[in-house]
Write a protein that binds this ligand. Structure first.
Ligand code: DP6
Length: 350
């Protein structure tokens, strides 16, 4: 059995006394966005959302139960500190509370893609952490319960528990009722095999996190309510378009929903703008592709990078066109990706 190695500096800090579990999870890109919480502690969203899990940029995470005074977290090869570490510790506290356990953990996690750049690293990150931590602390959770758990680390992570097209229900009510009913689940989409060309214009970590931007937008943008109301309708229409395997309609809804979300940020007070001139250049190119008869549609998250939805057959042309725009952009073509999974487990050392 092999696990991702722990760096010697981290390994020296604690003895492994309990089970070890390693997982892998993939990012997902929302085609109908989650933007706004009705309960910040429970991560209950204002509206439901719908995504496509990708087959690129996975996060690999191992969790080892240890005999030590504090959690040890290694993130992309470096010992984590500050807010990053606190977020992981808070999540582990939740897992421990559910499991009725107190031991600390050693977490080793790495992202194959850029972190904190609007490329859904928190979605794959918390889906992977939920999967590995639940196993290491011997919590027996079905995928729905795992999705509810991952939601508490990062809302969008609830969707990365599943592969393919996934809906995350807003859930009904508040408190326990809301917590129980706000989970993700896969929806059909059989026979749909689109590509998502990811155009990376900036790999850096964003200045304003999606969490902070979401809070500010919900609280201050006069456009927020109208967007949320239209997003409910977008979700219903998107589900129909997926059932009908109608890629152009899926693309149209995804593009308008994302641009609407950015309109709410731009009209927050003060305004928040993730789009850069390079993002706009890519949006213009998507329009030009459509004028040429290529069914390509853009979506953008909390960052300047643009993801372009198109058919698998058109993807090489779309990818080459975007890559040809200049040195400021690098591209990667993704397709439908799998559910989060446990890759290795081992019992406590004897
Ligand atoms: C724009 O899931 O990162 O990507 O729940 O506060 O951790 P928190 O936010 P997060 O927000 C994702 C926002 C988005 C849209 C989406 O993925 O639906």
């Amino acid at each position: 059995m092999t696990f991702t190695p722990v760096s010697p500096a981290v390994a020296a800090r604690a003895a492994v006394t309990g089970p070890t579990a390693e997982s892998v999870a993939y990012p997902n890109i929302a085609l109908v966005k989650y933007w706004g919480k009705r309960d910040e502690d429970l991560f209950l969203p204002v509206t439901g959302s719908l995504s496509m899990t990708l087959d690129i940029f996975p996060t690999t995470t191992s969790v080892r139960v240890i005999d030590g005074p504090a959690d040890v977290v290694e993130f992309n090869g470096v010992t984590a500190s500050g807010a990053e570490r606190t977020r992981i510790e808070t999540f582990l506290d939740l897992v421990r509370a559910k499991a009725g356990r107190g031991e600390r953990a050693m977490v080793v996690t790495s992202n194959a893609g850029p972190t904190g750049a609007g490329l859904a690293s928190s979605a794959s990150g918390f889906a992977a952490l939920a999967t590995a931590a639940a196993a290491a602390y011997e919590l027996d959770l079905d995928p729905r319960a795992l999705s509810r758990l991952a939601r508490r680390g990062s809302g969008s992570a609830s969707r990365s528990i599943f592969g393919g097209f996934v809906v995350w229900h807003a859930g009904e009510g508040e408190g326990e009722a809301g917590d129980q009913s706000s989970f993700a689940e896969p929806i059909g989409g059989d026979g749909l095999d689109p590509a998502l060309v990811v155009a990376v214009v900036n790999q850096g970590t964003k200045a304003v996190s999606s969490r902070v931007a979401m809070r500010a937008t919900t609280a201050t943008s006069p456009f927020y309510r109208p967007w949320a109301e239209s997003s409910v309708l977008d979700l219903a229409e998107m589900r129909k378009a997926i059932a009908a395997r109608d890629l152009p309609t899926i693309g149209e809804i995804a593009e308008r929903n994302a641009l609407g979300m950015h309109a709410t940020m731009l009209t927050a007070r003060p305004g928040i703008r993730y789009l850069s001139p390079h993002s706009i250049a890519i949006l213009d190119t998507v329009l030009a592709l459509r004028a040429d008869g290529i069914m390509a549609y853009a979506t953008i998250d909390a960052g300047p990078n643009v993801k372009v939805l198109c058919s698998r057959a058109d993807a090489p042309h779309v990818d080459a066109t975007l890559a040809g725009l200049g040195d400021f952009v690098t591209t990667r073509t993704a397709h439908i990706g799998p559910a989060a999974s446990l890759t290795t487990t081992s019992p406590a050392p004897t």
